[in-house]
Design a protein around this ligand. Structure first.
Ligand code: XBP
Ligand code: MG
Length: 228
């Protein structure tokens, strides 16, 4: 079944890079945690862009340690501390949402289109970033809910199950190749807003790729599905 005739019944948002440009704060939080644990690791922007091909902070650290053939540091402790640092930096929703995100959410809420989140990041990070705005979302699925990380479709399939909707009635909004692959594998149409760490990447199967979702009213976004 295509989404040509199906009304749009839910928008499913990725978080990092889509709702907000959060990855610089993640990168700086990783580096502060590494320093606190006495590790001589410094992830600069080019290295972090490459490491972002691995979804999940713990998985990213483990892969980096394998690459440099370093000792196995206490990843769980480091990641717990990194999450504390990150959440303190974004506490209270201080990081602005990307252009067009709030208008899209407002139009969806006004038009009876449900909202959901499908992210690889940790739940604490989502709660800190969204603060009281978390209540806008009917379903919020995070790394704790879906341990198989993007490009695995687990988190999107879980969101669809919890929404009780078929993929053809929904639309995913992403910023990364992994995210697009995960959404497509779950049968979803997906639109991309390139983020600072994904600009110029390939987004196989995306319905459209944009600088951001500013000036993208919900009816135009919904109509794009009919191209599917
Ligand atoms: C992006 C990710 C996350 C963040 C870091 O998630 O892959 O791993 O980079 O967060 P999204 P954690 O699916 O929202 O783009 O350290 O909590 O993993
Ligand atoms: Mg993302």
């Amino acid at each position: 079944m295509t989404s040509r005739s199906n009304p749009l019944r839910a928008l499913i948002f990725d978080v990092d890079g889509t709702l907000a440009e959060t990855e610089e704060v993640h990168r700086q939080s990783f580096n502060q945690a590494f320093a606190e644990f006495g590790l001589p690791w410094i992830w600069d922007q080019p290295l972090y862009r490459r490491l972002l091909a691995i979804a999940g902070g713990r998985e990213r650290m483990a892969e980096f340690a394998r690459e440099i053939d370093d000792v196995e540091p206490p990843f769980a402790d480091i990641h717990r501390r990194k999450t504390e640092i990150y959440t303190s930096r974004v506490a209270g929703g201080t990081l602005p949402f990307r252009p067009g995100i709030i208008p899209l959410i407002e139009q969806a809420r006004g038009g009876g289109v449900r909202l959901a989140i499908a992210t690889t990041t940790s739940r604490a990070n989502v709660e800190a970033l969204l603060a009281e705005r978390l209540g806008w979302f009917d379903v919020v699925a995070t790394a704790e809910d879906a341990p198989a990380k993007k490009p695995d479709p687990m988190v999107y399939r879980l969101v669809l199950e919890r929404l009780g909707l078929p993929p053809e009635d929904c639309l995913a909004l992403e910023d990364s190749t992994n995210g697009v692959k995960a959404a497509r594998a779950a049968g979803l149409c997906v639109l991309v807003s390139e983020s600072i760490y994904t600009k110029g990447d390939d987004f196989p199967g995306a319905l459209g790729v944009f600088d951001d979702f500013g000036d993208m009213p919900l009816d135009r976004i919904s109509a794009l599905r009919h191209r599917a």
